[in-house]
Write a protein that binds this ligand. Structure first.
Ligand code: SF4
Length: 497
């Protein structure tokens, strides 16, 4: 995928057949990479560079041309990553100011952008996929002056898309946040970043300073560096932390949109979602719907890793087949055994399901969802049970340990899975694991245990042959090789504050 890859201008769903042939080899897929280098993902290491500081443009003289986003050389149209694709450098304040006229017009009429976002059919790109306009209306209708929170925590270890987007298009994210704030009547935007990513804080801090100097925004923008636990990116964790508490999820009610930061109605949106919102303000809902499917329009950022030659970040239209999305990350290094869709709290899909379109609707029957766009290709030579056991141990260690499923159920499931991966034979192991996994969902104050249960259950299904083998004859040879998926240490967060 090129630096910034979107949808062809033809509109509608990505061609289901796609140009790439998928060769099946013994139950595993080999996905040929695109020949054009421009069709590849952007390696995370390439999003360096500093914003063009000190350059100011008088917004009263800046002209706005409602041009369509830049078409790429491979026929795809870049959207969120258009400027990056066109220039190869982070978008400057000057790039941003060329669109100010459109933004001002949009902000004139409070609520009008909400209508446009609703017509566009934008849904959250942080994982939950909730309709964006509905959230905005709830907050706008709440009691008291609303607050906007930008969730740029990206605590999913396999995801890089928000980091990348903020590095190359910081003003697009900030535009979206400011536009959302104006539309719901908020006076403050809080941007939540992980404390560990100092370069990201510096870049976004520079962008905010540029805007402040140019007196662009009618609302306050404040950056915050939060502890980086896995569940600290939950929206209620952000609200708790901003109120002086720990960055741990809070049980419901009240919902954040009713009573969040400082007991004010709080709109929490993922960074990518807000960037899409800014583009809808510029180009309108009809333009937005030209990519994706009628039910799930637009593009989404993806992060592809695992058994591919060019792992990285890119932008694809919703509805693109999974194997086509995978192909944007180059050739597969060996046949793909399974694909982990949605990240560590996602779902393993066996190779035969890789033709499935990347939409909530198409993935739901398989128990999967696009989530935050994480795709991890497991090579055939790896042990899916071992990789799953390592991820479950991490998820167990990173829980907030406030609720029963996380205090007792999740560690027990992780322990059972580790025993299964190690080939420990116990007559009740599998039935106990299934029973315990089934007890995790819908019992926590947040969805953390649900995600772990989804991962565990999908592994038992996708790697059913391996389960039998491990139980009958001990761990397979692949389980004795070094693991393939990078998983952070299974330790509890150092701090919640
Ligand atoms: S379910 Fe787990 S992670 Fe979520 S609030 Fe309860 S203890 Fe914390």
């Amino acid at each position: 995928m090129a630096p910034g890859e979107g949808r062809s201008g033809a509109g509608g769903r990505a061609p289901g057949g796609c140009r790439d042939r998928v060769r099946r080899t013994g139950g595993a897929h080999r996905v040929p990479g695109r020949r054009a280098a421009s069709a590849r993902l952007v390696p995370p290491s390439r999003h360096g560079g500093t914003p063009d500081r000190g350059r100011t443009v008088n917004s009263s003289t800046a002209s706005f041309t409602p041009a369509p986003p830049t078409p790429g050389p491979d026929g795809y149209t870049a959207r969120l990553l258009a400027d990056w694709r066109a220039t190869g450098r982070p978008a400057t304040l000057g790039d941003h100011l060329r669109h100010r006229e459109a933004l001002r017009r949009t902000t004139d009429a409070r609520g009008s952008l909400v209508d446009a976002v609703e017509a566009a059919g934008l849904t959250g790109r942080g994982g939950a996929g909730f309709p964006t306009a509905r959230k905005m209306r709830s907050v706008a209708a709440g009691r008291g002056r609303p607050v906007v929170v930008v969730n740029a925590m990206e605590s999913e270890p396999a995801s890089r898309k928000d980091q990348f987007l903020i590095a190359v298009a910081p003003h697009l994210v900030l535009d979206g946040a400011v536009l959302a704030a104006v539309q719901v009547g908020a006076d403050t935007v809080h941007v939540c970043l992980p404390r560990t990513r100092t370069a990201q804080q510096r870049r976004l801090g520079n962008a905010v300073e540029e805007r402040r100097s140019a007196r662009l925004d009618p609302v306050r923008i404040r950056l915050h560096a939060l502890p980086h636990g896995y569940v600290s990116s939950e929206s209620t964790s952000l609200v708790r932390w901003l109120d002086g508490g720990p960055a741990r999820p809070r049980g419901n009610p009240p919902h954040s949109h009713e009573r969040g930061v400082a007991r004010r109605p709080t709109l929490v949106h993922n960074a990518e979602t807000l960037a899409h919102l800014a583009l809808i303000a510029r180009h309108g809902p009809d333009w937005f719907r030209r990519a994706g499917t009628p039910d799930e329009p637009g593009t989404m950022m993806i992060t592809v890793s695992g058994a591919v030659t060019a792992p990285g970040v890119g932008e694809v239209p919703l509805g693109i087949p999974l194997d086509t999305a995978l192909g944007r990350a180059g050739d597969t290094t060996e046949p793909v055994r399974a694909l982990l869709v949605g990240g560590f709290a996602g779902t393993w899909l066996p190779a035969e399901d890789l033709h499935t379109p990347l939409t909530r609707r198409d993935l739901a029957p398989l128990g999967a969802a696009p989530g935050a766009g994480v795709l991890i290709a497991l090579p055939r030579s790896a042990c899916g049970l071992l990789e799953t056991a390592r991820i479950l141990a991490f998820l167990g260690a990173q829980s907030a340990r406030q609720c029963g499923p996380c205090r007792y159920g999740l560690p027990a499931v992780a322990e059972d899975f580790a025993a299964l991966a190690a080939g420990q034979s116990h007559p009740e192991l599998l039935s106990r694991l299934r029973r315990r996994t089934g007890l995790l969902p819908d019992r926590g104050a947040c969805r953390h245990p649900d995600g772990a249960a989804r991962l565990a259950a999908s592994a038992l299904s996708a790697f059913a042959d391996d389960v039998d083998r491990h139980l009958a004859r001990g761990a397979c040879p692949a389980a004795h090789r070094p693991p393939r998926i990078p998983v952070p240490p299974a330790t509890a967060p150092d701090t919640w504050r």
